[in-house]
Design a protein around this ligand. Structure first.
Ligand SMILES: [Zn+2]
Length: 241
């Protein structure tokens, strides 16, 4: 039996590539997605298409309303910044930062990994394009991994070592796109935009749209998900628990 991995799959380029890396390394992929009240819930639809396309053995979508917490342009009544330059995007922690998001998501991933008997979690964070994100830093990941091994029955009884794999952490967006393309990802299934138009198109101006455009341009690969063929669904069709 293949080793199992829990992969946090948001529906974006990075998490899709992390899932493809896990599969390429021989893991049986169990994808975990959160519908957390994000402004761009459209990404959940992408995750539902990506999971089978990436050969996932299982996919859970967890419903978790972070709007009750707020504090982010993605979960609260705060405008999403538009038209910022790349240097400005990288200059600090943006208002699209969601308080403690990776800590919340990783806690669920650790729980599911324990149930699955998995010793590996894959997370598509990178510390290059978002150098200011506190929960994307290598030292954060190392600290969480240490905590997780203290926190679980599996860790204590089996003396197994849970590893949080971050295969993209030192890659630029362009490098991630090249890696994903080499692994056969259909990027038309991915979603990046933080603030989709009412008819379900990417806005083309938020930080995530700009970094996606820059990444594909630098990778020298056309973006199959740009403003086309993505309008079929801005609705959410329920959750698989
Ligand atoms: Zn956008």
């Amino acid at each position: 039996m293949s080793k199992r991995a829990v992969v946090l799959l948001s529906g974006g380029i990075d998490s899709a590539t992390a899932a493809a890396v896990a599969r390429d390394e021989g893991y049986e992929v169990h994808a975990l997605t959160f519908h957390y009240g994000q402004r761009h819930a459209r990404e959940v639809e992408s995750a539902k298409k990506l999971a089978p396309a990436l050969g996932a053995a299982g996919h859970k979508v967890i419903d978790l309303d972070l709007r009750r917490i707020g504090g982010s342009a993605l979960t609260d009544q705060i405008p999403v910044p538009k038209g910022r330059g790349v240097e400005e995007i990288g200059a600090g922690i943006p208002v699209t930062y969601i308080p403690a998001r990776n800590t919340i998501f990783l806690a669920f991933a650790v729980a599911w990994a324990e149930v699955l008997g998995s010793e590996d979690i894959f997370l598509g964070v990178n510390a290059i394009d978002y150098s200011g994100y506190p929960d994307c830093r290598p030292e954060y990941i190392a600290a969480f991994e240490r905590m997780a091994n203290l926190a679980t029955k599996a860790g204590v009884e089996r003396r197994s070592k849970l590893t949080i794999n971050t295969p993209l952490i030192h890659l630029t967006k362009a490098e991630i796109i090249r890696r994903g393309a080499a692994l056969g990802i259909d990027f038309s299934l991915t979603w990046s935009c933080y603030d989709p138009t009412p008819d379900g198109h990417p806005c083309g101006a938020c930080d995530s749209c700009i970094l996606r455009q820059k990444g594909f341009a630098e990778a020298g690969i056309p973006d199959p998900g740009s403003l086309s063929s993505l309008a079929d669904s801005s609705r959410h069709q329920g959750f698989v628990l």
